[in-house]
Design a binder for this molecule. Sequence first.
Ligand code: ADP
Ligand code: ASP
Ligand code: MG
Length: 425
Amino acid sequence: MALIVHKYGGTSMGSSERIRNVAKRVAKWARAGHQMVVVPSAMSGETNRLLALAKEVSPAAIDAAAMRELDMIAATGEQVSVGLLALALQAEGMQAISYTGWQVPVKTDSAYTKARIESIDDARVRADLAAGKVVIITGFQGIDDEGSITTLGRGGSDTSAVAVAAALRADECLIYTDVDGVYTTDPRVVPEARRLHTISFEEMLEMASLGSKVLQIRSVEFAGKYRVPLRVLSSFTPWDIAIDEEAKSGTLITFEEDEKMEKAVVSGIAFNRDEAKFTVVGVPDKPGIAYQILGTVAEANIDVDVIVQNVSHDGRTDFSFTVHRNDYQRTLDLLKNTIMPATGALQVSSDPKICKVSIVGIGMKSHVGVAAKMFRTLSEEGINIQMITTSEIKTSVVIDEKYMELAVRALHRSFGLDATDEQTA
Ligand code: ADP
Ligand code: ASP
Ligand code: MG
């Protein structure tokens, strides 16, 4: 008998029929003798609907007081899901009970709309499991020290599930979604993308942080920190397939590096269209200038991603950086009203229509010329690179958003990842 955590995403919970299917699948695992904890997301489209409603009422809700209310609203989607799933399980003849984040409780900090989990009290859950119940816990939410409801950022149910699995020291955390595993890139953009049977934790971390939304980045961080065995698999297989077969399907995130294994130079391509770029033109080139610009941005709680500073001409330089597109207007206002006057910069230019495309692979550590091949591929397609950033196992470029799909497809092909190519992973 094992303790297993299942997580079901919005599409998997998207209708009453799908919820009944989830219940049948969970009941199958419970009847096989496993202790089951289930973490569902809101039904697909529901979180968007709730946040759109909030925007209708108050278009510019961005201060802390407003963020608290956004979380109050957004968290309700998951509350409906857990109740429905518990009912569906009971209709299957199972004992099941649902909890919201605050009932468990899942304690978080107070960073509304992007809170971090600090601790999970497992007492209630363990007692229910011991009594033979299936326990269903809302994804995406928790409660802070003040007793306010918080949410964990979009895609946060993945993190809830992994954190619950870590707290309960579960034997495995299975992330059920609408694709049958982690692919070399988003299969909705590149139909030739190939499913990976395993992906190393390091690579998954990079893929998630660079935009592959199949797993929220914090869920991968949690899995790494607490060594939670993690698998991504499909919720659209027939619910009654054999458990042995199901347990081996999808993609396993691995923690041990197998030295003998031939490492793919590039194992995946990630992209992110959620960024916007700014250039501060003609800023005086003197010590402290980067701090003056980025320190001010950081004080406004805006995360900066890619940064490039040009060589100087006549004592002035250009300084470019990217932020999340949601922070576009705030950053522009800060640059124009505060940073430009303070630094004596000549001009600010901005572009909300850029995207970042990245190649990821552990094999890049031991191969030279991988980045050069990336640049050659993009130049052959006539795509201009605006910014470049590299680390040991990834290279990212910022390009015009309209070339994103072309770039991802070309790179997928040139690094031999297309399904028709000989398998490299
Ligand atoms: P859920 O609602 O189950 O959490 P998400 O929409 O958050 O599902 O994540 C699954 C989606 O992630 C897939 O439908 C797919 O389009 C996208 N995706 C992006 N990159 C990848 C990748 N490398 N492998 C698999 N899916 C990916
Ligand atoms: N319902 C939340 C969202 O749409 C959390 C999740 O689905 O993981 O972002
Ligand atoms: Mg998701």
